[in-house]
Ligand binder design. Structure first.
Ligand code: ADP
Ligand code: MG
Length: 402
């Protein structure tokens, strides 16, 4: 038996105790852990953490604050009908100031038919409740983490920002976590909070940091892995530590390393390919790929197809996804590089699509993305560049069955 099991070491869905990697922010040349500690020690400030999906925002908070000291609420936990402080109090099992607080809203001024005197007594009670919560957090060393703040409606975001503005003056420790591009303008662009924010921008992961996850993890399992394979693992993980954790875990499961003690070295590149394919089985992109491949409606007309290898016929929308998927994996592709990828796939086909045709296919696909649900937001065409927004989608295109 090994000392640790593969799923203790590689944790794609939770806190990676044995494979936690500390990174340095290029903006400040300090580690993110230092930045967060510094922010939390600057009392009177609110901390705003922004970074791509699955880049380690929650895990960073868990590392620095400790799971026991985090009170985590997400943007969708807040309801307009429920005052902010009541929601926070409920979360820590505190009951504040009885029913009035529960039934009114902090923006009670908008309630019709409530007299001013009742309103002000409600507000008074409310303030005591709020102070109670703030005290409780301070005494117990708790930090409020508003995770995925962008899930709250704009109206609720503003209300929360308003409440926090007051509370941070009283040294209430709070962090708001958001995705970039999604408005957390309620915080970063709020004039009342300007000069009172600690800003932490989490960058996408680079290959050297991703490599450390694999090296550290296999080392903890008593297995050495060929550095060339580690490089390939990092390239396939794109910018995602979660993908790296997931591929490594699948590699261990396929090799049955928990039971097979004779494995002390991994050096066969073909095992990686099997692990990549196994890692795609839980990814939810099948229908999305199907939709994007079919392109815009042709009103019954047949689209021109090109024969590619093995007699497969592909139209321009199929080709676009293939061009995004081929080697080397990249999350930012210029029109020129897409054109050469088309050329590579089509070889010496007599009528290869030119750049204009490719561009218009990308624009059509972007329209499909823009008019579909949020899970469709997998890439973005901007300033003549195609950016893959969701690394897991590109990984699925490369290795999934579709
Ligand atoms: N510092 C890190 N070291 C190693 N793995 C990490 C690190 N940060 C994140 N991960 C991996 O990525 C997964 C997603 O991280 P998470 O913090 O949930 O992302 P976010 O909150 O940004 O969406 C984690 O469960 C873990 O597997
Ligand atoms: Mg998170």
């Amino acid at each position: 038996m090994r000392e640790l099991k593969a799923n203790d070491v590689f944790k794609p869905g939770s806190f990676p105790e044995h494979t936690y990697i500390s990174r340095t922010s290029s903006e400040f040349s300090y580690s993110y852990e230092f930045r967060l500690r510094q922010a939390l020690n600057t009392s009177g400030f609110l901390t705003s953490v922004i970074g791509p999906s699955k880049a380690g925002k929650t895990v960073l908070c868990e590392k620095v604050i400790g799971q026991d000291n985090i009170v985590s609420l997400t943007g969708s936990d807040f309801k307009y009908s429920h005052p902010f402080w009541v929601t926070v109090a409920n979360k820590v099992g505190l009951s504040i100031e009885g029913e009035q607080v529960q039934t009114t809203s902090t923006v009670g001024d908008r309630l019709p038919g409530v007299s001013q005197s009742i309103l002000s007594s409600m507000k008074e009670k409310f303030i005591t409740g709020k102070d109670q919560v703030i005290e409780y957090f301070k005494q117990n060393n708790l930090v409020l983490v508003l995770d995925d703040f962008h899930y709250a409606s704009e109206e609720i975001q503003l209300e929360i920002a308003q409440q926090l503005k007051d509370a941070i003056r009283k040294e209430f420790p709070a962090i708001a976590i958001s995705l970039p591009h999604r408005a957390d303008d309620a915080i970063r662009k709020n004039p009342d909070l300007s000069g009172r924010l600690s800003l932490i921008n989490i960058e996408p992961w680079k290959p050297d940091a991703l490599q450390k996850i694999a090296v550290t993890g296999f080392d903890a399992l008593g297995i050495t892995i060929d550095p060339k394979l580690v490089e390939t693992l990092a390239a396939e993980s794109l910018t995602s530590p979660q993908l790296m954790q997931s591929i490594c875990l699948n590699l261990c499961l396929l090799l049955d390393i928990d039971n097979n003690m004779s494995i002390i070295k991994i050096e066969d590149p073909s095992t990686l390919q099997t692990a990549f394919r196994a890692t795609t089985t839980n990814l939810p992109y099948k229908d999305i790929v199907k939709r994007l491949k079919s392109g815009p409606s042709t009103r019954g007309q047949k689209r021109k197809t090109f024969s590619i290898h093995d007699g497969e016929e592909a139209d321009i929308y199929d080709l676009l996804l293939k061009a995004i998927a081929i080697d080397p994996p990249s999350t930012a592709l210029s029109l020129d590089s897409l054109k050469s990828r088309f050329d590579e796939i089509l070889g010496n086909h007599p009528s290869k699509p030119d750049k204009n045709k490719i561009k218009s296919a990308i624009e059509q696909t972007q329209t499909i993305i823009d008019t579909s649900g949020s899970i469709y937001q997998v890439f973005e065409w901007k300033d003549e560049m195609l950016y893959v927004l969701e690394p897991l989608f590109l990984f699925y295109l490369r290795w999934g069955m579709h």
